[in-house]
Structures are given as structure tokens and as C-alpha cells.
Design a protein around this ligand. Structure first.
Ligand SMILES: C[C@H](OP(=O)(O)OC[C@@H](O)[C@@H](O)[C@@H](O)Cn1c2nc(=O)[nH]c(=O)c-2cc2ccc(O)cc21)C(=O)N[C@@H](CCC(=O)N[C@@H](CCC(=O)O)C(=O)O)C(=O)O
Length: 144
């Protein structure tokens, strides 16, 4: 069941522009960063209830995805992390395909396995762990 509601653009201009161009072109444009592919996650605002669209690196394995709350190694989590913790029903657009997923935050051994996959997809993530002692949240997205 697709998410419905009012879209609220990100206050990060570059992220907003990339999400909107990616969505409008079915992933044909604005589809990478530093040469690595992205996806666009739609989540429900934990406080506003508005729809938030967030470009994130594409980390996929056997039809499942992981989204990484890295925020470049900043000391605080990105806000979308709290949206997923509050409402795990999300949409993920990968190229032309947009589908519903259920997000589950990972820990322990399962998190380690997916962390390796995330670093393989975007090696910069390893660098971010050196900038913060925050445990970077990972959410596994499985088909709803
Ligand atoms: C800028 C801020 O967004 P954020 O949710 O903190 O997310 C910050 C970043 O993670 C986000 O900009 C990402 O798109 C940045 N980013 C990546 N960020 C990552 O963390 N990981 C990535 O892998 C990643 C890749 C990436 C690739 C391309 C690109 O263009 C950007 C990329 C924002 O929009 N804030 C809004 C609020 C957003 C929101 O969800 N509000 C909730 C409140 C939730 C609460 O406070 O509990 C609500 O509406 O209820 C605001 O300040 O008004």
C-alpha cells in the first residue's frame, strides 16, 4: 500500500534537488554521488506526519536494501532515522521501481554483515566511522 500524504521538501537543498530530479526522471538522472548509485527513501515524519524524501546510497543484496544513517560522520543521527524508528513503513525508489518496504533497525552480527555490504557499496562509510563515536544506524528494508 503506497504511502499517501503531503510531501515536505528537505531543508537540505542538494538532497532535495537530487531526490526530486531522481524521482521525476525515474532514476535516469541525478542517480549517483561520487560515482556510486543512490536510491530515494520516502518516510513519514515522526512529528509532522508529512512525507519526507531522502536520497541515500544504494546498498542492495538479494532484493533487500539497507539504508545507512551516516550523515557524513556527523555527531548526530540524521532526522529520517527517527521517522523510521517511529513508523517502519517506507517506500524505496530504485531506478524506475518504487516499492513499499518495512524497515527494521539492525544490531549485532546481522548489522556487521550488512555493514560490510554498505562499505563495499560506498567505501566512504568506513571513513565516517573515524569522525564520530556514534554507532551509525542501519535499517534493513524488506518487502512489505
Ligand atoms: C536536512 C534534514 O534531513 P535529515 O532527515 O536530517 O537527513 C540528512 C541527510 O541524511 C539527508 O540529507 C541525506 O539525503 C544525505 N545523504 C545521505 N545521508 C545519509 O545519512 N546516508 C547516506 O547514505 C546518504 C547518501 C546521500 C546521497 C545523495 C544525497 O544527495 C544525499 C545523501 C531535513 O530535511 N530536516 C527537516 C526535517 C526532516 C524530518 O524528517 N522531520 C521529521 C521530524 C522527525 C523528528 O525530529 O523526530 C518530521 O517531519 O516529523 C527539517 O529540518 O525541517
Amino acid at each position: 500500500m503506497p504511502l499517501t500524504g503531503e510531501y515536505a521538501p528537505s531543508t537540505s537543498d542538494w538532497a532535495r534537488e537530487q531526490a526530486e530530479k531522481y524521482e521525476a526522471t525515474g532514476g535516469a538522472e541525478a542517480n549517483d554521488i561520487m560515482g556510486k548509485p543512490i536510491i530515494v527513501l520516502t518516510s513519514v515524519g515522526a512529528k509532522s506526519g508529512l512525507l519526507r524524501k531522502t536520497p541515500l546510497m544504494r546498498v542492495e543484496h538479494d532484493g533487500e536494501y539497507v539504508v545507512v544513517g551516516s550523515l557524513g560522520g556527523a555527531p548526530k543521527n540524521p532526522v529520517w532515522v527517527y521517522n523510521l524508528r517511529n513508523n517502519p513503513h517506507v517506500e524505496l525508489q530504485d531506478g524506475e521501481v518504487k516499492q513499499d518496504y518495512t524497515a527494521r533497525e539492525l544490531s549485532g552480527e546481522e548489522r556487521e554483515v550488512w555493514w560490510e555490504r554498505a562499505v563495499a557499496a560506498f567505501p566512504q562509510y568506513e571513513e565516517y566511522t573515524k569522525k564520530t563515536d556514534r554507532l551509525i544506524p542501519l535499517f534493513l528494508l524488506t518487502r512489505a
